[in-house]
Design a protein around this ligand. Structure first.
Ligand SMILES: *Cc1c(COP(=O)(O)O)cnc(C)c1O
Length: 349
């Protein structure tokens, strides 16, 4: 395949010609001086959230920019990664014409978003050791393939993919490679953020839903070239990240000590849980994990799942996923929860 990546060619025609909605806060950007704002039809009586939020989330982006060493112009924030991923589909995939490639067993949302956006989903199974099958992926690419979704560390298998495999895809594929790093903070692998400068076709997504403990506020992050970010900014709803979310995210991102301390505890607990799972005779395999969950292969996943439910423990049965027959996915809980889980697991027969 000859390399001729061109971001302008990749965007949908309707997006190329789109004139984005111009919000009041686009037309008058406040410099912080005392103004009387009578331009947006808001209710003027202050209650903390009576004003529209910053459409570009400048405070939060400036913090993230400082911490990650990435310019704010290389960032787009959304209502969870789910919105960010949907924006990527809507910017680059022509419905009923284009296709994407996903690598099951993986995060289910890529397939659902492909369905919602009427975009073909070409599935190329991971190898039996849960690595991307690069030759098969490249064989599946045609001139209408716009995106390849790489989840690393992968959900539900828990492993990070070999760097060489991802590099080969980045270098051989003329579309966009989306690396979903929802679990990167639990991994000892380096983030792909440091490679953004080297690959104009790389998109990295992260989230505050996992390591940062903020699943409830919905905050997803997309890092990519300025050109890609400009296209996504054109189509995003103007006020897609609400005021309460922006405030809470700023507080939490500022409180790195607490975040890092929780991550360390989760990693310690992951080891404890991993060791315990390996001692159980009905557990046939415990897969290595670079995330805050562990995938285990058991003798009979349906039966073990039900037994745990009866003990008030809810895990995820992943058996319906290819290569994941009879597997359960255990999220790492608090030390107390894990202790209880281990005690219950030891009692099962
Ligand atoms: C949990 C998870 C997300 C998080 O999505 P949000 O919408 O940000 O909560 C993204 N990708 C993967 C692979 C996940 O497992």
């Amino acid at each position: 395949m000859t390399k001729k990546f061109n971001i302008e060619n990749l965007a949908r025609d309707s997006v190329k010609i789109l004139k984005p909605y111009s919000s009041a806060r686009d037309e008058y950007v406040s410099d912080g001086s005392e103004m009387i704002f009578l331009d947006t039809n808001e209710n003027p009586f202050e209650n903390g959230v009576n004003r529209y939020p910053d459409p570009y989330q400048r405070s939060l982006k400036s913090l993230l920019s400082e911490q990650k060493g990435i310019s704010e112009t290389n960032m787009l924030l959304g209502n969870g990664s789910d919105e960010v991923l949907d924006l990527i589909f809507r910017a680059f995939c022509e419905p009923n014409q284009d296709n994407i490639i996903t690598l099951p067993p993986t995060y289910g949302m890529y397939k659902v978003l492909a369905g919602i956006n009427a975009v073909g989903n070409r599935e190329v199974l991971l190898t039996t050791d849960f690595e991307p099958n690069v030759p098969k992926i490249l064989e599946s690419v045609d001139e209408r393939t716009k995106l390849i979704f790489i989840c690393s560390p992968n959900n539900p298998t828990g492993n990070s993919f070999n760097k060489e495999n991802i590099i080969e895809l980045l270098e051989s594929f003329n579309g966009l490679v989306v690396v979903d790093e929802a679990y990167i903070d639990f991994s000892n692998q380096e983030s792909w953020l440091s490679s953004l400068k080297d690959y104009p076709n790389l998109i990295v997504t992260q989230t505050l839903s996992k390591a940062y403990g903020l699943a409830g506020i919905r905050l997803g992050i997309c890092y990519a070239s300025e050109e890609i970010i400009a296209i996504l900014n054109k189509i995003k709803p103007p006020y897609n990240v609400n005021q309460l979310t922006q405030q809470k995210a700023v507080q939490r991102v500022n409180n790195q000590d607490a975040v890092q301390q929780e991550i360390m505890q989760i990693l310690t607990e992951r080891d404890v849980l991993m060791k315990a799972l390996r001692t159980l005779d009905y557990v046939e395999k415990v897969y290595p994990s670079d995330a805050n969950f562990i995938l285990g292969k058991v003798d009979d996943a349906d039966k073990r799942y039900q037994q745990l439910l009866e003990k008030q423990v809810v895990v995820r049965n992943r058996s319906s996923q290819p290569l994941c027959e009879n597997t359960l996915r255990f999220t790492v809980g608090t030390p107390e929860e894990n202790k209880l889980l281990i005690a219950i697991l030891k009692e099962l027969n």
